[in-house]
Design a protein around this ligand. Structure first.
Ligand SMILES: Cc1ncc(COP(=O)(O)O)c(C=O)c1O
Length: 342
């Protein structure tokens, strides 16, 4: 019986969903949403806060400040509330309403930037704002998830061993890429694992994380409008890029089978399904990481008007057909998955 006295002390690390009956290929989805912050970012937040405390950077009169598309902000809000720090999250207009309300409910301040940066995203604007705050008052402490080694180290220490212990025969691992903390921590761990494991990064079309043209991206969490400083591509075997329409379809397909996951999980599952189809992977042991659950996306990914406005009426037909008439274990998915390998 787990009994805790701090919210960050609990994190379910050993829950996997077998997706073969839904996507037609054997794929185990590691669920990272079962903790009080509701996402994979609790691990990075914990590691970065603890190392700042150890190094004496964080003191009782510090105010934590961080740029986040939402999930790290919620995790830091929770930890800050528990440990008695002030926290200011700098996010943008694509942050889900419920995520912003969560941070405020936990006692954090939220600043929303609205100006696009040169790559058509908000990241540059958010970072500029954080920098200006830090220059204005030295009580601000910026952990900087984009450059902090604690971000990837958290996954090297926890996420990757949790996968390795449960799947000693692992052949291929699919990891969505935002800051690339999850990707780099897992990739570094499996590089020194005795068995070769293929590391497949999943990115969204419109992200420039691995190069390519910048474009509109409406689903927060995955993809970057700059090259992630933590990324070392020598650890990555392949990159799969997924269109947001395919992300939506994958999310709805999972939801129609009772699994309500966040947007980036749809991206990872869509990219993984496409890769497994192309690589005739029926005999492989494959794992993908689901960064969060779906409640925070009820007014976006799972909301009819939002979908119609952004992706047109057709997205709903295909999302619903994809869900109700989804391929089963015996019928492999077809052209619905248009992710392109790099
Ligand atoms: C929902 C979601 N998916 C994916 C990611 C990407 O994780 P990472 O930053 O470790 O690359 C994030 C990061 O914030 C996220 O919130």
């Amino acid at each position: 019986m787990p009994v805790i006295s701090a919210p960050h002390a609990f994190n379910e690390g050993n829950l996997f969903v077998e997706l073969k009956s839904i996507i037609g290929y054997p794929l185990y989805l590691k669920c990272e949403g079962f903790n009080f912050a509701g996402s994979v970012k609790l691990k990075a937040a914990n590691e970065m806060v603890e190392s700042a405390e150890r190094e004496g950077i964080l003191t009782p009169d510090s105010t934590l400040v961080e740029s986040s598309s939402g999930n790290l902000g919620v995790a830091l809000s929770m930890i800050a509330a528990s440990k008695g720090y002030r926290f200011l999250c700098v996010t943008d207009s694509r942050c889900n309403l419920s995520t912003r309300l969560l941070m405020e409910a936990l006692g954090s301040q939220v600043h929303i930037v609205a100006d696009l940066d040169a790559n058509g995203g908000f990241l540059g604007t958010r970072i500029e704002y954080v920098r200006s705050l830090c220059e204005s008052d030295d009580r601000y402490v910026w952990l900087s998830q984009y450059t902090n080694a604690g971000n990837w180290r958290a996954h090297f220490r926890t996420t990757a061993p949790e996968i390795a212990n449960n799947f000693p025969q692992l052949d291929v691992l699919f990891v969505g890429a935002g800051t690339t903390g999850t990707l780099m921590g897992c990739a570094r761990y499996f590089r020194q694992w005795p068995r070769p494991v293929r590391i497949v990064a999943v990115d969204s079309v419109g992200s420039v994380a691995f190069g390519g043209e910048p474009g509109r991206r409406m689903i927060p969490g995955l993809g970057m409008s700059m090259r992630p400083p933590l990324l070392d591509e020598s650890y990555v075997d392949e990159v799969v890029r997924v269109e947001e329409a395919d992300t939506i379809r994958a999310c709805h397909r999972l939801a129609r089978r009772g699994f309500l996951f966040g947007g980036s999980t749809g991206t990872v599952v869509s990219g993984a399904t496409d890769w497994l189809a192309r690589n005739d992977a029926h005999g492989l042991t494959a794992v993908a990481i689901a960064p969060d659950l779906g409640e925070r996306y009820l007014d976006t990914v799972y909301q009819t008007n939002w979908l119609q406005d952004l992706y047109g009426d057709q997205i709903l037909d295909s999302a619903q057909v994809g869900a109700a008439g989804s391929p089963t274990a015996d019928s492999a998915p077809t052209s619905e998955h248009s992710a392109t390998p790099q």
